[in-house]
Design a protein around this ligand. Structure first.
Ligand code: HEC
Length: 461
């Protein structure tokens, strides 16, 4: 049981969203270096020939606009969350090299999990052929083609949404972000139910989506409800600062109800499952505002829940990390560009009373030095069954992914998480125009700390 408590404790630490703009600009610096390589490769005669042989003449309106309109303009529109519009040839053409780079290295459209590991619902990842089309277009000199002969846009990613909305919780008052460019703020909301219910679906309606970058909803059990209000009351203005966890006591019982990042989908939880909530409980929502691309404006975002009085199976967001890491046994040495930690274990004797555990969706949480990560089941047979693989981790795009088919861990299998960080000097954040010196890091919930945590929506079979 001790083991379980330690794992549950990680929740409190895990939800520390500690992005900062410095590390972001550093990352794009890195991308620019890649860009140079990509351009060189693209100019390589073989590539050009191959591309032309297979693909033929490519034009903006005929071939590229359909991709951009299907996968990019949802964010890259005037007033959208993307830093610039990509709506016309005049918008896209001057950025052609950058566009080619981000689609080739698969940073755009943002979706961190890789399809060769597992199959996911709502996966917007471009096919290799689509990426090759973009490269060929750049190699051929970005021809415009005929605006009247525009190709069909790619079919939009199917939006399932919530099948029913039973409760909408809105921030009590609008809040205008004060800390620029990143403001992490928690808002308390009342669940307002008179009997035990189950959350069976979750969605977010960001009010000012040009500044709302990330939302996490936590369940605050009835015994901690007053404390949540007290913490809120201690600070001026709507809500309170919560850089990491919701800061409400008895963190062992703080549960995750859902999360959202741009492009994220509202949806029902897997059929027959739900997360229990009790009368008198609250929801604390942590909103990460980013005002890099837009001026701060009053925001009053809301959450939508589907609720049911009963479910076939209770579910929870199951946290996977080495409990010992919390005690400072996850050293990431200064200067180490490929620091790794790994943890694997059969959790069934401790967590499910020996029953198999079924995983439906999830994500991996690290902080800003995170480079890559993977969660998989190491089967007793020796086979590996991959759940989530993130080859290019990006703190700003953490988002839950739903598996097309649930994966079941059987007693005797091990659940494994691998994480890698880049703690080299060149990957250090910039603060006030100065790059920080690389330093030893370890598990923790501050900006200078790191994590390696799998969060998986699970039921016990
Ligand atoms: C879900 C929203 C979203 C979608 C969809 C999206 N982008 Fe972006 N894009 C962003 C945001 C936000 C940024 C800036 C922050 C970042 O890079 O994470 C960005 C940054 C970029 C950049 C600048 C990268 C740099 O290093 O400076 C390019 C180029 C880009 N996107 C192109 C695209 C293309 C091409 C597509 C479609 C294939 C696309 N984006 C789809 C949100 C999106």
């Amino acid at each position: 049981m001790k083991y379980r408590i330690a794992l549950v404790l990680t929740l409190s630490l895990a939800l520390n969203a500690c992005g900062n703009e410095e590390s972001k600009s550093n990352k794009s610096g890195e991308n620019n270096v890649n860009n140079v390589n990509n351009v060189n490769n693209a100019n390589n005669a073989n590539n050009v020939n191959n591309a032309n042989n297979v693909i033929g003449d490519v034009t903006y309106w005929g071939d590229i606009a359909p991709i951009i309109e299907g996968r990019c303009t949802g964010c890259h529109t005037d007033g959208g969350i993307g830093p610039f519009a990509l709506e016309t040839y005049a918008d896209v053409q001057p950025l052609a090299n950058l566009v080619e780079q981000v689609v080739s290295d698969r940073t755009m459209p943002p979706f961190l999990a890789q399809g060769d590991c597992n199959e996911f619902e709502h996966d917007p990842t471009l096919s290799d052929e689509q990426v090759e089309l973009v490269s060929a277009w750049v190699e051929q000199g970005t021809p415009e083609g005929d605006p009247n002969a525009k190709g069909e846009p790619l079919p939009a990613i199917e939006i399932t949404g919530l099948s029913r909305i039973d409760r909408t919780l809105t921030m009590r008052e609008p809040y205008t972000p004060r800390n620029e460019p990143d403001d992490y703020r928690c808002f308390v909301m009342d669940m307002d139910i008179d009997q035990r219910m189950y959350v069976t679906g979750f969605g977010v309606d960001p009010d000012k989506d040009e500044i709302v970058h990330h939302i996490i909803a936590f369940y605050i059990p009835p015994e901690d409800a007053d404390l949540a209000e007290e913490i809120d009351a201690q600070e001026d203005g709507p809500g309170y600062t919560c850089f990491g966890s919701p800061r409400v006591g008895n963190l062992r019982d703080t549960k995750w109800l859902g999360s959202w990042a741009p492009g994220g989908q509202a949806g029902d939880f897997p059929e027959g499952t739900g997360i229990p909530i009790d009368p008198g409980s609250k929801v604390v929502v942590q909103v990460h505002y980013n005002t890099l691309g837009s001026d701060p404006v009053p925001d009053q975002s809301s959450l939508a829940f589907k609720l049911d009085a009963s479910v076939e199976k209770e579910a929870e967001f199951f946290l996977w990390a080495n409990p010992q890491w919390l005690g400072g046994t996850m050293p990431i040495r200064a200067g180490d560009a490929e620091a790794t930690h790994s943890f694997g274990f059969d959790p069934t004797p401790f967590l499910s009373g020996g029953r198999p555990i079924k995983f439906y969706d999830g994500f991996i949480h690290m902080h800003t030095l995170g480079k890559s990560a993977r969660v998989f089941i190491d089967r007793q047979s020796g086979d590996e069954d991959c759940l989530i693989n993130i080859p290019n981790y990006d703190f700003n795009w953490q988002q839950g992914v739903r598996f097309k088919e649930p994966k079941t861990l059987q007693p005797g299998d091990r659940l494994v998480i691998d994480c890698m960080w880049d703690n080299s000097q060149s990957n250090q954040p910039w603060i006030d125009g100065q790059q920080m010196m690389t330093q030893d890091r370890n598990w923790g919930d501050g900006t200078n700390d790191e994590m390696c945590l799998g969060v998986l929506y699970a039921t016990f079979e």
